[in-house]
Design a protein around this ligand. Structure first.
Ligand code: C2E
Ligand code: CA
Ligand code: CA
Length: 642
């Protein structure tokens, strides 16, 4: 487009120049027209000559004509003959030799008369007239020749002017066309510019709109970064930012910093039992309660899952604990979700520090306190103490020692008999792990199993236990069954069934002699692996017992769906069976339920005859406890009887 415009403008420039040139040319030609006066001058001169001849002729015959009249004509003629020496006539005469000679003759004739006119008489003049008349014809030819030449010149000029006129007209038409095109182009260009302007305007508006949208999105994103989408509470990210800020402010004002961590007890059970949407609603209701408590919103956070946190500064230990208690009380009130009443408690870990300024350490300490609170059971509040850290460090050393112990074969199996409650014959032995520590002596499983489970070392430890127990059981004289404890961690591994099968094959123990003791918590998982594993092993003939029954949260419906062989009633119930009515009723309930589900019951921790009798009366099938024998090692082909 720009090229076309430039081309047109260039053309217009050239055309205008050319038109100026044409105008100049035309002017030249027109000037020629006015200049060509030779014919006129010649005709004038010739006619004056004839008039002079006629006056001269009359003078010779007519007395009335005076010499003065002749002199006047002669003077006119002389001045006419002067015209031959100048202008176009002179050019014309000089262009032809004959005309030139004629002009000289004419001049001579006139000069002669000029000198002699007054002295000449009429007859002399008559004779002289005759000589003059010899010039008439040549003069007349000169005049008509000049006329011809002039006419030719005029025709030429006319022709040229005509041509110029055509060129001029054509150029003008072209100019008009080009101007029109230029106008159109400019109009078109203008429209394009207007369009572009409109587009730019729209674009700017769109840009503004997207900028505003982006701003809204940014604000939302910023909000999302710091808030939990489920409960709208401040999230973990916010917590860490504020923890650092709280520490900074506390340093300036020389204040204590308090971090409280709340962890709901049994939340997983609620989720598993009622479904995740109920779990989500519960979390939302909890957060609403926390917010409505009127604590500054900045100080409460949902860290994720069922974990909440509270941050503050300047609190004393007692005020922190009582605040934590208030929060717990609020959380512990029942919830109604979909017409179901749900009760939940929370455990709390608190750290109050005026010396520790590292945020990650403060969090860790509160977490350790929470861990201890959880360990003590549901709904407990614990404040961080130095021993908790020592214990952690100890467990780290324990981890290290345990790895060495596995390699050094420091773990051994102790066996405790399980007897028929009526015949009191040995039905089976439970394999219980012991750590023969080179420095600390014999360590009970409670001191290291939790750490082994946490680190995953339990898989290897459990495998070696199972292998030792099976191998030894094969060599027993009495083919009693062997009960081996299986941790939830082991059961969640897909490889576990394969491990059991290969140990049975390697040791040669028949599957029917092996019983596996699993806890209820093993089965509280979304994964199908534990159940699939147990079912596979059962089809091989391996028996499955539920250990520590009554301490977990098995629902009867869940229990009936799972195919177990035995229920081991936890020793906490057995312990008080002869003293507490409640315990007795619970055991009655369990044995009754087991019978209806076609399962056997084992009572653990039986220490007295009284307990034995109560259990017999309740129809318990098997008994395990110090009354019949403590866990003992297998030495020289025998289990020492404790
Ligand atoms: P558990 O399976 O409930 O084992 C029974 C525990 O009760 C044993 O403690 C046993 O010594 C103790 N006990 C037996 N009779 C009586 C009694 O009459 N009175 C009292 N007060 N206690 C009695 P132990 O051997 O210290 O084992 C503790 C727990 O460690 C076991 O509880 C079991 O859960 C776990 N455990 C032991 N060995 C293993 C193992 O090889 N693998 C796994 N995963 N866990 C094991
Ligand atoms: Ca057990
Ligand atoms: Ca048990």
């Amino acid at each position: 487009m720009n090229r076309i415009l430039a081309g047109i403008i260039f053309f217009l420039f050239i055309s205008t120049g050319y038109i100026s040139f044409l105008v100049h040319e035309r002017q030249q030609e027109l000037q020629k027209l006015t200049h060509y006066a030779a014919a006129w001058s010649a005709a004038q001169m010739v006619s004056e000559y004839y008039r002079f001849e006629s006056v001269l002729g009359l003078y010779t015959s007519d007395e009335t004509i005076t010499l003065d009249d002749v002199r006047m004509r002669l003077d006119i003629m002389l001045s006419q003959s002067d015209l031959m020496k100048e202008g176009d006539l002179r050019n014309y005469i000089e262009s032809n030799k004959a005309y030139h000679a004629l002009a000289l003759q004419l001049e001579k004739k006139l000069e002669y008369l000029d000198i002699h006119l007054d002295k000449m008489n009429r007859s002399e003049l008559q004779a002289y007239l005759k000589t003059m008349q010899t010039l008439d014809a040549p003069l007349s030819r000169l005049s008509s020749g000049a006329l011809d030449k002039d006419i030719n010149s005029i025709n030429d000029a006319n022709h040229k002017i005509k041509t110029l006129y055509y060129i001029y007209s054509a150029t003008s038409v072209l100019l008009i066309i080009m101007s029109a095109i230029l106008g159109l182009l400019i109009f078109y260009q203008n429209r394009n510019i207007q369009k572009a302007h409109l587009q730019v305007k729209n674009l700017a508006e769109e840009l503004q709109e997207s900028k505003e949208k982006l701003q809204v999105q940014n604000t939302k994103l910023e909000y999302d970064v710091y808030h939990d989408s489920l409960t709208e509470m401040n999230n973990r990210h916010f917590f860490w930012g504020n923890l650092n800020e709280t520490i900074e402010n506390a340093v300036k004002s020389n204040n204590t910093v308090t971090v409280m961590l709340f962890d709901l007890d049994r939340f997983k059970v609620v989720n598993d039992t009622y479904g995740h949407d109920v779990g989500d609603m519960l979390l939302r209701q909890i957060s609403q309660r926390l917010i409505s408590m009127g604590l500054t919103s900045d100080t409460l956070y949902r860290l994720g899952g069922d974990e909440f946190a509270f941050l503050s500064s300047g609190l004393t230990e007692s005020s922190a604990v009582s605040l934590a208690q208030n929060i717990c009380d609020a959380i512990n009130q029942p919830y109604t979700i979909y017409n179901t009443i749900i009760n939940i408690t929370t455990s709390v870990g608190i750290v109050i520090s005026d010396t520790e300024r590292r945020s990650d350490y403060l969090y860790k300490f509160a977490d350790l306190a929470l861990y201890e609170a959880k360990n003590e059971g549901a709904g407990k509040i614990k404040v961080f103490r130095q021993w908790m850290l020592d214990k952690l460090q100890e467990s780290r050393t324990l981890e290290h020692d345990m790895a060495l112990a596995l390699a050094n074969k420091e773990f051994v199996v102790y066996y405790q008999p399980i007897v028929d409650s009526f015949t009191q014959e040995i039905y089976s032995y439970e394999a219980l792990i012991r750590w023969i520590h080179p420095l600390k002596g014999i360590l009970s499983p409670d001191t290291f199993i939790p750490v082994a489970e946490k680190t995953g070392m339990i898989n290897e430890m459990g495998k070696s236990m199972l292998e030792m127990a099976c191998r030894e059981a094969v060599s027993w004289v009495i083919p009693a069954k062997i009960s081996v404890n299986v941790s939830p961690v082991q059961l969640s591994s897909k490889a576990f069934a394969g491990i059991v099968v290969s140990i049975l094959n390697e040791t040669g123990l028949s599957a029917e002699r092996l019983e596996l003791e699993v806890t209820e918590s093993s089965l509280f998982t979304e994964s199908k692996t534990p159940m699939n594993t147990l079912n596979r092993l059962r089809t091989l003939g391996v028996k499955i017992s539920i250990d520590d029954f009554g301490t977990g949260y098995s629902s009867l419906s869940r229990l009936s769906r799972l195919a177990f062989d035995k229920i081991k009633i936890d020793k906490s119930f057995v312990n008080s069976v002869s003293t507490q009515e409640d315990a007795l009723n619970i055991i009655r309930l369990i044995t009754g339920m087991a019978k209806s589900l076609n399962m056997k019951t084992v009572a653990e921790g039986v220490e007295t005859q009284e307990q034995l009798e109560s259990l017999q009366a309740l129809g318990c099938d098997f008994i395990q406890g110090y009354l019949f024998g403590k866990p003992q090692p297998y030495i020289d082909g025998k289990i020492r009887n404790g």
